[in-house]
Design a protein around this ligand. Sequence first.
Ligand SMILES: *Cc1c(COP(=O)(O)O)cnc(C)c1O
Length: 383
Amino acid sequence: MDRPIYLDCHATTPVDDRVLAAMLPYFTTHFGNASSVGHAYGWEAEAAIAQARDILAAAIGATPEEIIFTSGATEANNLAIKGVAESYFSRGRHIITLQTEHNAVLDPCRYLASLGFEITFLPVQADGLIDVDTLEKALRDDTILVSVMAANNEIGVLQPLAEIGALCRDLNILFHTDAAQAIGKIPLDVEAMKIDLMSLTAHKVYGSKGIGALYVRRRDPRVQIAPQFHGGGQERGLRAGTLSTPLIVGLGKAVEIALEELPSESARISGLRDHLWQSLQSIDGIHLNGHPTQRLLGNLNVSIEGVDGQALLLALQPVIAVSSGSACTSAKVTPSHVLQALGLSDALAYASLRFGIGRFNTEEECDRAAHCVIDVVQSLRDR
Ligand SMILES: *Cc1c(COP(=O)(O)O)cnc(C)c1O
């Protein structure tokens, strides 16, 4: 049996063959530990990691010393948020984030709240975008950090990073952004956008799972973060643990390819997305969730009136791999907190589909997916 068409690129992406090819030697012949300063095996690993660090830094307008490798965006978010909280608590204990953030931001914030920090979970507008005036009003003398994601993982909306960065910099408040969905998909520049900390991951951009990075600004201002792992002193003591050379090489290669191909890939993927949305609009009572244009080009998130979300996903499963607007946390199904923050009813949140179109999807796949959704909705309504 054919496997379903994969349209869930916000959950993860396959490793690009070119990325895999770059990684392979570092699993076998070039297996050295980058901390082994006494022989060639160590030097090879160190050189490969330095190259990947240069690529990443250049990709976001940073310097190589400002890149700390982590196991992914979850760890990077934890290091940024808890690391700043631990370093700056004597200056203030107030942190602002969005209700629509990924749990990898929300949960560290909730943890800090349990330690006595005060967290403002800012609402968003009906289109998913932050209202910068609302943010400005929420800032206080004791605010130490604002954490706002670059691109949302469910509805794809792109937050106005440069505006937020400018506001925070004026008031000496640190600005962190979770760019897990954004790296390699939209231009990012820590100088122009006045970003102080940025979380990255490889596996949403055709790299491997288990590797990511945190950008930490070193000048104007020099950002202090308390390490969350202690051990061998790697990454200037900010993240101990032997560096995974193959995964880091893959992260560098994945970002390099994504930036090289950004113009052509953007045009192709947005064409597929617009085509899919065009086809799906033949369904009565279908709505787009999130801002119509200020969003990732491969993202389409829709709600369909008058169908049961669970039945919809179940019927689609054999043909297309997509996500629905429900989160399965410890066997309990709950509606997406992102769609709830947009003001959607529980029923409409459940009856939603998130399409993530990526590098390896074709027009034929998008056509088949559209026909499948149209047929399934029809048959569910005919029941
Ligand atoms: C996927 C994702 C994460 C988690 O990243 P991992 O590398 O899987 O830990 C965090 N934030 C956003 C917005 C994501 O999309």
